[in-house]
Design a protein around this ligand. Sequence first.
Ligand SMILES: Cc1ncc(COP(=O)(O)O)c(C=O)c1O
Length: 360
Amino acid sequence: MSRAWNFVAGPAGLPECVIQKAQEALWDVGPGAGILEISHRSAFFDRLMYDLDAQFRRIGGIPDDYDVLFLQGGATLQFCQIPAILTRPGDHIDCIHTGFWTRNAMRDAAFYTDVRYAYDGAASGFEHIPEDSEISYSENPRYVYYCANNSFMGTEWQRPPLTRYPLVADMSSNIYSRPIDVRAHSLIFASAQKNLGIAGVCVVIVKHEFLEACQPEPRASMFNYRRLVENRSMLNTPPTFALYVMKLMLDWIDGQGGLAALEVRNREKAAIVRSAIDDTGGFFRHVGEPQCRSLMNISFRTASREMDGLFVAEAENERMLGLRGHRETGGLRASVFNAFPVEGCRVLAEFIREFARVHG
Ligand SMILES: Cc1ncc(COP(=O)(O)O)c(C=O)c1O
């Protein structure tokens, strides 16, 4: 039986060529052993890490004065690692609060530092991403924190907020879906399982200058980015298979023509689904204001929870998986990360139109 159209919010589907190459690597990746059995201290793996780092930097246009780390613990570990490492006693940070993921991140940050809110999106039901004029920064926060794509609600920043303070971004659900303005940030982090491969790796891109300014005292190794940088992310045993799959994903991204080409493709995919929603004459409505809708997570809903449930059930019968909205928001959500094919968006768009025609 053919594979289903997989709209889950993560871990997300992978390109078929990546799955096939990963399968082949299980048996023998070259030196007579499979990728699951290779030492991270072997020449093979050492080379892989050099290549991964170089390719990741080239694709993302990451300047030389930024370090790249490939860590474990997911984005959620960064929710505490960043404030634990980068703030000092007496500091505070500013958060631009746009939903579930900034809330979770700040809940953890509050164990380490004082959190202030430069903007609170709760009043808009998190359907709005603020203009710069709507954000009120406090006096000298150590950094400003925001989430570039709110996967839970389906809203996305079209460009980073403008601030003179160091900017920290959670890009877990839109990294490498389009070109990134790295220079606007002091630190970017993203777990891999949506756009860059499988669960197990979290990328941290951090400016040297920011690390130097923030980290005065000695720290335990895992809470010391500098030691992790010096050890090229291999202070301890790294998630070898997940790193290998990330390398395959980067090869795939290169094959697609890089981030600019991916952006064109991702815009086309989102437009196919969004225009089908528009065509239903209000039977389905978009979640999120027009200027801040996500390319990665298309959130929409009908007028009732029951109708949403029926849509999910009928879609599953047609082998479309994962269309239920986030557990906190309800509604519907189609996640169409980098690897999701254009054809799958066309199938969903047709299904949306037909569903509205039958049940409208
Ligand atoms: C925007 C965002 N941040 C953080 C996370 C948490 O990532 P992890 O499960 O890797 O900790 C997610 C997961 O869905 C996410 O979408």
